[in-house]
Design a protein around this ligand. Structure first.
Ligand SMILES: C[S@@+](CC[C@H](N)C(=O)[O-])C[C@H]1O[C@@H](n2cnc3c(N)ncnc32)[C@H](O)[C@@H]1O
Length: 350
């Protein structure tokens, strides 16, 4: 790799500009500016500011800036900006396949405890859950909503051998590290004969999960409980256990998988959804690799280390590691399901 200095400079300057682009998008999402443009059509900064009751000078500067990203268009004559249907869907929709709102909230807010991260580099330790603001957790809720409503439940679950039949018939399903309950709620909506039990150690998530269950009209076949997997398993036994985006975050993933194994009835199935990655972290070269390492430093690895964990990190659970942990726990079969997704991997384990 022998690049000219000028080319290196161009690359870095482009990255700096795109960072600002990301930030302007986050402002547009958080303040409902994209939404306002989508609803009202071509608008000037005065019109947007008056509708949203924002300071016009700020809106104008944002409009000039965001028009340089190519995500909106600005008409020099009329001084009005407009957004097309594609960007409108990406910035404004919730729960769909093309909903990016949650991503902006997660990334923008996970970058905030910066001093704590710098201090962790120097002193070890990490950042605890409570140190992230509520908008970060709201972002995770939104990304979960899309993933489970638009991918796991309508598509991925049908690719797992024999599981749909069991869920249709009626089983007890434990969702470990359920977060705000989006996976349990979406599964409960589709599989009315099954009962879904969500466990998560972060109390605000469990409170949100109960609200999501009510909104999804599935309070009769879901329940949610504050539970720290590191303290052992619940008393109950389950036919199916799910761990969606949990294991790589756990301070002690082997203990977590042991708990999951012990919580299953004989012949039970463990459905593990985690982050798609390669055996050697440095081989992750896919378009989402940079994002995954960033998420690891700013949340996944760092929260695990905060609780004196091993810090597997976002790309710490490739197939080989899944097999090692699951075989250690006493499982006999690990089958990766081909879901062909840029971020997630899915395993059926028994
Ligand atoms: C990345 S989030 C995923 C949440 C949810 N499954 C989803 O996909 O939307 C990881 C979740 O694991 C929970 N968690 C982390 N360590 C845990 C532990 N020891 N016991 C139970 N839950 C834990 C966190 O509170 C968080 O809600």
């Amino acid at each position: 790799m022998n690049k000219k200095l000028d080319d290196c400079k161009k690359e870095i300057l482009s990255d700096i500009s795109r960072t600002i682009s990301f930030r302007l998008c986050s402002i547009g999402v958080d303040l409902g500016l994209f939404e306002d443009l989508s609803i009202n059509g071509p608008s000037s900064s005065e019109e947007i500011a008056s509708r949203k009751k924002y300071n016009e000078r700020y809106v104008r500067e944002w409009l000039y800036g965001i028009s340089k990203t190519g995500y909106i268009e600005f008409d020099r004559k009329t001084r009005k900006a407009s957004i097309n249907d594609q960007y409108s869907e990406l910035f404004n929709s919730e729960g769909g396949k093309n909903s990016f709102k949650g991503f902006f909230k997660v990334i923008n807010n996970m970058l905030l405890p910066y001093e704590n991260l710098i201090s962790s580099f120097k002193n070890g330790g990490g950042i605890k859950f409570e140190e992230y603001n509520s908008e970060f957790w709201k972002g995770l809720d939104l990304t979960g909503c899309s993933r489970y409503r638009s991918f796991l439940v309508p598509e991925w679950i049908d690719q797992v051998p024999n599981i749909k039949e069991k869920l249709d018939k009626g089983v007890k399903f434990a969702d470990f590290g359920c977060g705000t309950g989006r996976s349990a709620v979406e599964l409960a909506k589709r599989f009315k004969n099954s009962n879904f039990f969500g466990f998560d150690k972060f109390k605000p998530n469990i409170e949100e999960a109960k609200i999501n269950a009510e909104a999804g009209d599935v309070t009769t076949n879901t329940s949610f409980q504050v539970w720290d997997v590191d303290n052992g398993g619940p008393d109950d036994k389950f036919d199916i256990a799910g761990a969606f985006d949990l294991i790589h975050d756990l301070p002690h993933p082997q203990d977590g998988i042991n708990v999951i194994k012990n919580s299953l009835k004989p012949g039970g199935i463990f459905l593990l959804m985690d982050i798609k990655c390669t055996d050697d972290p440095i081989d992750n070269d896919d378009p989402m690799a940079l994002f995954k390492f960033g998420a690891s430093l700013h949340f996944c690895m760092t929260t695990s280390l905060a609780y004196e964990g091993i810090g597997l990190g976002t790309v710490g659970l490739p197939l080989k590691k899944v097999e090692e942990l699951c075989f250690n726990a006493g499982f006999k079969n690990v089958k990766e399901i081909d879901i062909n997704h840029p971020i997630n991997s899915l395993f059926q384990i028994s």
